[in-house]
Design a protein. Structure first.
Length: 345
């Protein structure tokens, strides 16, 4: 080609085929011919982003904006990259500018809603997801985003409504079923939760969190065998999933296999040395085995990590009592009552 537009169009063709290196070569040729070609910079930035060269991508989006300050798509693309890099404040600035230029783009509201959610501003996130849905009622991701925000606000009924709407739009997305299953479980509907988590697993068998949450629901229903199977499967998929070790250890303890329970709690602590729950439950297992010195050591660690852990003070008091140290036992009982009079009286 002898003109910038032809190089740009050939770059687009390569990008469509997934060959972003060749696409970049062609966009670069277009820019060399026409250094003020904002579209070519935007397109090259997009391809750099696909190749995870975020710095060059941001440079190109920025250049496109300098050439054309009303280039909404360039702002949105740069916002997406900032969000991917975890800079959600900058992402929101870019999404906001894009919305000022082009106020009817559902994807931009969705992106800004996602960044607000990541910054913990659930109200603004819900506003943006709602706006995205009003513009595009078939944007399933916006329903999921709003559902997650409602769930964070403990409004699981509204969360379930949104996840259900997302599933109606796209019944093949495992994450929609997973999130709805979690919300059903929190509301106490374990059976429905298990159904959704099972559906999530069927769509995506590599979802360790789905196995872990289904295992928790089975445990709540008293089906310890299925629960242990699920926790084990979760650990096989993700050997660093601390919650699965802690939950499986708790079930081993309930079944009287305290050695296996201790093994699981120990593994959880190796992965996350700041997991107070793992220290607490391991201490309880040691106490059942009459190893009160080890129990006290673990209760103490749990308290160091979580100074308002009333149960840990109470149970450490019992271990001191078993060793005949009434002074320390009474001090722990008093502290437990001070923290939570209802749980420890």
């Amino acid at each position: 080609p002898s003109n910038a537009k032809a190089y740009n169009e050939r770059g687009v063709s390569y990008a469509t085929l997934g060959d972003h290196k060749k696409a970049i070569e062609n966009y670069t040729q277009a820019i060399e011919i026409d250094p003020d070609y904002a579209l070519a910079y935007r397109n090259r930035g997009f391809s750099y982003g696909k190749l995870d060269d975020h710095a060059k991508a941001i440079e190109d989006f920025t250049q496109a904006i300098k050439i054309d300050p009303d280039y909404a798509l360039a702002y949105r693309n740069r916002g997406i990259l900032y969000a991917k890099l975890g800079d959600h404040k900058k992402a929101i600035e870019d999404y906001t500018k894009a919305i000022e230029i082009e106020p009817k783009c559902a994807a931009t509201y969705y992106g800004r809603g996602f960044s607000y959610a990541e910054l913990g501003d659930r109200s603004k996130a819900i506003e943006d997801f709602t706006q995205a849905i009003e513009i595009d009622p078939k944007l399933a991701a916006a329903y999921r985003g709003r559902g997650k925000s409602y769930a964070k606000l403990d409004d699981h009924k509204k969360a379930i409504e949104d996840y259900t709407q997302a599933i109606e739009i796209d019944p093949n997305d495992a994450d929609f079923y997973y999130n709805r299953g979690v919300s059903y479980g929190i509301l106490g509907d374990r059976s429905q939760g298990i159904d959704d988590l099972t559906q999530a697993i069927e769509i995506d068998p590599s979802n360790a969190e789905a196995y872990n949450n289904r295992g928790f629901s089975y445990a709540e229903l008293g089906d310890y065998s299925k629960a242990i199977e699920d926790f084990t499967r979760a650990i096989e998929i993700d050997p660093k999933l601390v919650a699965a070790y802690v939950c499986r250890g708790s079930l081993y303890g309930l079944l009287g296999d305290h050695s296996k329970a201790i093994e699981d709690y120990t593994q959880a602590i190796k992965i996350d040395p700041k997991c107070a729950a793992a220290y607490y439950f391991r201490a309880s297992a040691y106490a059942v085995l009459d190893d009160y010195l080890k129990a006290i050591e673990d209760y103490t660690k749990a308290i160091e990590l979580h100074p308002k852990f009333a149960e840990a003070y109470h149970d450490r008091g019992n271990s001191y009592l078993a060793l005949g140290d009434h002074l320390k036992a009474n001090a722990d009982f008093a502290k437990a009552i001070e923290i939570d009079p209802n749980k420890c009286t």
